[in-house]
Design a protein around this ligand. Structure first.
Ligand code: GSH
Length: 214
């Protein structure tokens, strides 16, 4: 499998960390996100959204990071990362959709305001962050309640749901995600996710630095 990606972005890191959790073999074709290479003809020919990541596996070209994780886990037959019993699989799918439909966006507001804008010399707009606060805490509270009952989102082992939901939080300190009142989320992120080899191997630091080969 070939992954076309820039390891610094949320959805690319998600896929790279997820493939490591799954134990899938892949080769990485790097695209420079900040140089806008995802808008270039080569990527657009594969993904008309002009976005990364993209997976290529034989004749299959697949975009949407969570669909890539589902495919890769099924191809590898990894039923720990993507359980096959109907109820747990539905639960994993639910969190994948929740991440893509709700959680990503609220985390992204913080990433843009507190990381991307300062990096590019623009000013953080506090009114945007204030306007997002209620939504962020509502969503973080939903996660916190779930994580009050289990070590990971869908049980006692990490699944691709954990990777997907953690990815938008990957620079949470720099992005100043307000996690103080979400103790279970903080415990899950710092003890369950950030200590995991598949997460550490895809490390992205402040300033969008990549310290290890992804
Ligand atoms: N829902 C898509 C989102 C893909 C996406 O928007 N990727 C970003 C990088 S994380 C991108 O390439 N955006 C295009 C751009 O900013 O030019 C996924 O999960 O793969």
């Amino acid at each position: 499998m070939e992954i076309i990606a820039d390891p610094i972005t949320v959805n690319c890191r998600k896929v790279l960390a997820g493939l490591k959790l799954i134990g899938a073999d892949y080769s990485l074709t790097k695209v420079d996100y900040f140089a806008g290479e995802q808008k270039g003809a080569d990527v657009v020919a594969l993904n008309p959204n002009a976005a990364i990541p993209v997976l290529r596996d034989g004749d299959l070209v697949l975009w949407e990071s969570n669909a890539i994780l589902q495919y890769a886990a099924d191809k590898a037959g990894n039923a720990s990362a993507y359980p096959t019993d109907l109820a747990t699989r539905a639960d994993v799918n639910r969190w994948l959709l929740w991440e893509c439909g709700s959680w990503f966006q609220t985390c992204y507001v913080h990433l843009v305001e507190n990381c991307v804008k300062p990096l590019l010399g623009a000013e953080t707009d506090q009114s945007v962050l204030d306007g997002e606060a209620a939504n962020f805490h509502k969503l973080a509270g939903i996660m916190d309640a779930r994580l009050g009952g289990s070590a990971y989102l869908c049980g006692d082992r990490p699944t691709i749901a954990d990777v997907a939901v953690a990815a938008p939080m990957h620079l949470h300190a720099w992005a100043k995600l307000p996690l103080e009142n979400h103790a279970n989320v903080t415990r899950w992120m710092t003890e369950g996710i950030e200590t995991a080899p598949w997460w550490k191997a895809t490390h992205v630091g402040e300033g969008f630095t990549v310290s290890e080969a992804a």
